[in-house]
Write a protein that binds this ligand. Structure first.
Ligand code: GLA
Length: 737
């Protein structure tokens, strides 16, 4: 049993694989947090608080025995509300009919649920055991339900909040965050992620000052600037050692995550739906659910936290149908031909990769309507007779004949003003009546808060999927949302737009992903502009960046792997000079870096040499050998090109019988240092064979030696020459006994 309640002390103990989460109902009747961290016993932890009761200067709770001492401002809270002595960031603020924003939610009852209730209209973690804690407002019939889900085999806890109006008066929600968590200590560092187009995934570590640090998105697009993710770490936490507490929101629209260092030695973490430009009208009898947040804890450093997320997401979040099977190994048409995807150009590209082991051809943008460039056609999901006079079938047959599956690109949420769809329904695009909408990448966003718009999208996309043998869909989303206005909503509900957009998106995903259960979906958003756990719930992999440059990818993939497993990170080998950076890197480097994820190719295979085509065959075979590591293995990050001239990771099988080490020296320097890298995660007592095929190196070493003595990166090529820049070194490690 993962959840235990002590009726005498009113303490709740939530226990995961290596974690405990403890809170108790205090004398005020308020759920007060005591502990989240490494697994502990079921002790009474009130001593940690009692010692400091009576401190001066705190607002009193009216009518409380401890008036003058106890107050919401010093409680370590499971939920925090404004108006009764709480001066820190609150997770809940309600505007009541008489204008009051005062609530005091106190324990009413709880239930322990063996089956996790689905989160209405939103993706969430599956499985586990769930505690539903119900709090009632002291001043009204409003209820708040706090949900906590824990897993025997994962060190994460999933939380969300529901607000139920049991009154007969409408209430306006001004803020409804998913969680509050007060962590001991006021001297933490905060790890967040900076994103920008073509350079997504940059980790940033900052010492937290007193006050509030917030990462947020206001564009209903989760990772255009930040990520809905942060980690609270100790000053001495490193990649391999020390505590790391992760926060990751299962949400794709505007959010805010905050860390507030208070004056009492605690750091408050809170966040959820961004309350900037948000209100929600809650009518009598209605319930509002917040998105779910996943909290992870590890005392094995940032790497340990990542592995907890990877395991939990593979088991309990990512679409079950695809989480554990090999992903399609694609050749994608985008960087090969961009909008010029005629059969004349595509068929030779397909021909060239026959027999290489690439198993899926993906027809990217440009196949539909008048979409010969980005100026027109978006939204018209009919095969262009100009480009494919006989429809898609001949190309699909050709692909099948080459032994491959067929994939296709959609951008379901968008429309070009120059399209039949826009001409027929200009009001379906998001805009404020009487104003010029903001056009970006020559496109507008469809108002998917509307059911009629969603019905059109589902039918238009489904028709193509029904009428053609399609195995794979790349779902793109290429611009941020502006105006944030729906013509279908009354004035008083316009600030519900962002969240309604998210709900509309999830409805579309439910209907299309479940309507075509055999189809593998890949998420994309102008690269990695919407890389979040909610998208992963539907789409087992997401295109991490439009930047396919191998050097940049060492950084982008490194940062993305902080929270997401390798199998979720879509990576392609492309042509050089690279289209985004003009940088040239060795072909083998591009493939070796792209192998650290759901791999594929994106280049004109008619323009590469026969030797490179042969190399693709070998690369695909090598990937097949390591695919189980990408799908199920443990990732250990050793070096990164943010901090050094090297990149290095180990991916190890769960049984520690097999591993792969991939390393790169970024810039080549003559007479360079004798660089060693130190693989991790192996069995110290086992004996392994370490093979580097390129250098015909085969060593027999104990796990302890490999990890402590390290592996040496050669200074020259196997032929004895200077290796040039961006040379990778790959070591295949297999347990002998
Ligand atoms: C986005 C995607 C690319 C490609 C183009 C097509 O930029 O990230 O991979 O699909 O759109 O327009």
């Amino acid at each position: 049993m993962a959840i235990y309640f002590n009726p005498e002390t009113k303490f709740f103990y939530l226990e995961g694989k290596n974690i405990s989460y403890v809170f108790g109902i205090n004398r005020t009747g308020f759920p007060e947090h005591y502990y989240f961290g490494t697994r502990i016993g079921r002790d009474d932890l009130t001593y940690t608080y009692e010692a400091n009761i009576g401190d001066s200067g705190e607002a009193a709770i009216p009518g409380k025995v401890h008036a003058g001492g106890l107050s919401y401002n010093v409680y370590r809270s499971e939920v925090s509300f404004y108006g009764n002595g709480e001066f820190r960031e609150c997770s809940l603020q309600l505007l009541q009919k008489n204008g009051s924003r005062l609530n005091e939610f106190l324990y009413e009852t709880h239930e322990i649920l063996a089956e996790k209730p689905a989160l209405a209209g939103m993706p969430s973690m599956r499985g586990g055991e769930t505690l539903k804690l119900t709090l009632k407002d002291k001043f009204s019939e409003m209820r708040v339900h706090l949900f906590y889900t824990v897993y025997d085999d994962a060190s994460v806890i999933a939380r969300h909040m529901e607000i139920e109006s049991c009154t007969d008066e409408d209430v306006k929600i001004l803020r409804a965050y998913s969680f509050t968590l007060d962590v001991v200590g006021s001297d933490h560092d905060l790890l967040t992620i900076e994103n920008a187009w073509a350079r997504e995934g940059k980790p940033e570590r900052t010492p937290l000052p007193h006050g509030i640090v917030c990462v947020d998105e206001k564009s209903a697009s989760s990772t255009r600037r930040h990520s809905p993710a942060m980690a609270l770490i100790s000053k001495n936490t490193t990649e391999d050692f020390g505590p790391a507490l992760g926060v990751n929101l299962i949400y794709s629209a505007s959010y805010a995550l905050k860390a507030e260092v208070g004056t009492k030695g605690y750091t408050r973490l809170t966040g959820g739906i961004n309350d900037f430009d948000f209100t929600w009208e809650l009518s009598a009898g209605e319930t509002f659910a917040t998105p779910e947040v996943v909290l992870a804890y590890s005392n094995e450093g940032i790497g340990g936290m990542s592995r907890e997320y990877h395991d939990a997401y593979r088991k309990y979040l990512i679409n079950e149908r695809f989480a554990n099977i090999p992903h399609p190994l694609v050749i994608n048409s985008w960087e090969a031909v961009y909008f010029g995807c005629t059969p004349e150009r595509l068929l030779p590209i397909i021909d060239a990769v026959r027999g290489t082991g690439i198993d899926t051809f993906v027809l990217d943008d440009g196949w539909f309507g008048a979409r010969r460039n980005d100026k027109a056609g978006l939204g018209d999901w009919t095969v262009s007779p100009e480009v494919f006079p006989d429809g898609l079938t001949p190309v699909i047959d050709y692909v099948h004949d080459a032994g491959m599956k067929f994939g296709i690109w959609f951008e379901p949420e968008m429309v070009n003003p120059d399209s039949d769809l826009y001409r027929a329904h200009p009001d379906w695009a998001i805009s404020v009546p009487g104003t010029e909408p903001c056009v970006s990448r020559r496109q507008l966003v469809l108002d998917i808060t509307r059911e009629d718009v969603r019905d059109y999208i589902v039918e238009a996309v489904s028709k193509i999927l029904r009428e053609n043998e399609i195995d794979y869909v790349k779902w793109d989303f290429n611009r941020a949302i502006t105006e944030n206005f729906s013509r279908a909503l009354p004035a008083g509900k316009q600030q519900e737009f962002h969240h309604r957009y998210a709900l509309g998106l999830y409805d579309l995903c439910e209907r299309l992903v479940n309507g075509f259960p055999h189809i593998f979906f890949e998420g994309c958003a102008g690269g990695g502009g919407r890389f979040d756990p909610a998208i992963l719930y539907y789409f087992p992999q997401i295109w991490a960046s439009d930047d396919t440059d191998a050097y940049m990818r060492t950084q982008i993939q490194y940062g993305t792997s902080l929270f997401y497993p390798l199998s979720a990170i879509s990576c392609h080998t492309s042509i050089c000079p690279n289209h985004q950076t003009e940088r040239t890197t060795p072909f083998s480097t591009r493939a070796n870096i792209a192998h650290l994820g759901a791999t594929g190719y994106e280049l004109d295979t008619t323009k590469i040499t026969p030797e490179e085509l042969d190399e693709i065959k070998l690369q695909v075979a090598e990937y097949r050998e390591m695919e189980d590591l990408v799908l199920h293995g443990d990732l250990y990050r050793m070096e990164n090109t943010f901090d050094s001239n090297y990149f290095a990771v180990t991916v190890v099988s769960k049984d520690k019988a097999k591993a792969k080490v991939t390393a790169m020296r970024a810039l080549c320097r003559p007479n360079d240092e004798h660089k060693r890298i130190f693989p991790r995660g192996l069995d110290v007592n086992a004996v392994y064979e370490v093979v580097n095929k390129e250098y015909e190196l085969c060593l027999r070493l104990s796990g302890a030696s490999i990890m402590n003595v390290g592996l040496v990166l050669p200074l020259k090529t196997a032929g004895g020459k200077m290796p040039g820049d961006f040379k990778t070194f790959v070591f295949d490690i297999k347990k002998v006994y």
